[in-house]
Design a protein around this ligand. Structure first.
Ligand SMILES: Nc1ncnc2c1ncn2[C@@H]1O[C@H](COP(=O)(O)OP(=O)(O)OP(=O)(O)O)[C@@H](O)[C@H]1O
Length: 301
């Protein structure tokens, strides 16, 4: 994003790591034969020989039994932890430390209680270069961008409230804005709506879909909610029980934009049911047959 683009232009796909990558067609995220063990040789093997490919701009959901290594995968992709074996490559570069091009949102919105919502949303700009430098030069433009993001998720008028003056759902909306404020090319969402009631959650699916339609980031969403995975994703990856690896995937065939009405259709429910069967089998330590040819995608690892 350029500080001279007036702010809202920054609400479209792009960003520093994309510059000079015209014609960049290799997968945006490449995870090759990754294993991860916590706590040394005798520790917990969280992931074993996991591989996947994610295309630029693709929205991928990762589902699997509890404790199978989904959050671990997120940590490896964002560079918060190094992998024990294998490689993680994002935008053509091996990940060897925290990725500044990633925006993250987790189950708990973790807003700083003494800062206003606007200040919380702008927080990444104070720590992520080159925005930190640019923020000093053009604070008004970045503030405008934060306001526009907040308006996009229905928080216009709440900019100067503090987090405790907002509901859980409103805080989660603000945390999505915070994840998006530095124009991330990669959006990592780890159970972002897990703590919310079903109505708020569904509202936020629609809002997230709308935001992604404008910003077009590459998204990896970890979720236990299979409806959420099918509603939001282009492709759903299913992990085995720990040590986790991808055992199956499903391409989601529904056109965008999707309305919540599709969640009541037979084809939607069949896909959710199919995912549930895979996860039940994974919990029992079984692998179901791989997808038929029509369901495979070119990004499959
Ligand atoms: N910091 C850590 N130190 C040691 N072990 C860890 C650490 N973080 C996770 N683990 C272990 O690694 C395994 C995978 O954990 P992870 O949090 O990645 O799973 P998950 O699929 O995200 O779980 P859930 O669905 O329950 O959120 C678990 O057995 C967990 O106990």
């Amino acid at each position: 994003m350029s500080p001279r683009d007036g702010g809202f232009a920054g609400l479209t796909a792009g960003g520093e790591a994309g510059e000079g990558m015209v014609g960049f067609e290799r997968p945006f995220v490449e995870i090759d034969d990754v294993s991860m063990r916590y706590g040394g040789a005798e520790g917990t093997l969280a992931l074993r020989n996991t591989s996947m490919r994610i295309a630029r701009g693709e929205f991928v959901a990762v589902v699997g039994p509890s404790g199978c290594g989904k959050s671990t995968l997120m940590r490896l992709v964002t560079g918060l932890w190094p992998c024990s074996a294998g490689s993680v490559i994002v935008a053509g570069k091996e990940v060897d430390g925290p990725l500044s091009m990633a925006g993250m949102a987790f189950q708990a919105p973790t807003m700083l209680p003494w800062r206003t919502i606007l200040q919380n949303v702008m927080l990444p700009l104070e720590v992520v270069e080159p925005h930190r430098r640019r923020l000093r030069a053009d604070r008004a433009m970045y503030e405008e961008k934060a306001r526009k993001l907040l308006a996009l998720v229905g928080l216009k008028g709440f900019e100067h409230k503090t987090p405790h003056q907002l509901s859980g759902g409103m805080q989660q909306r603000a945390s999505l804005c915070r994840a998006l404020i530095h124009d991330p090319q990669l959006l990592m969402l780890d159970e972002p709506f897990g703590a919310l009631d079903v109505f708020t959650r569904e509202d936020l699916w629609v809002e997230l879909q709308g935001v992604c339609n404008i910003l077009k980031p590459t998204v990896i969403l970890v979720t236990h909610d299979l409806k959420e995975a099918v509603f939001l994703a282009d492709r759903v990856l299913i992990m085995s029980a720990r040590p986790g690896r991808i055992i199956a995937e499903r391409t989601v065939p529904f056109e965008r934009p999707r309305s919540l009405d599709i969640t009541y259709t037979q084809s939607f429910q069949e896909l959710v049911h199919d995912l549930r069967e895979h996860i039940s089998a994974a919990r029992r330590g079984e692998d179901l047959p791989q997808p038929s040819a029509g369901q495979e995608t070119p990004h499959a690892a």
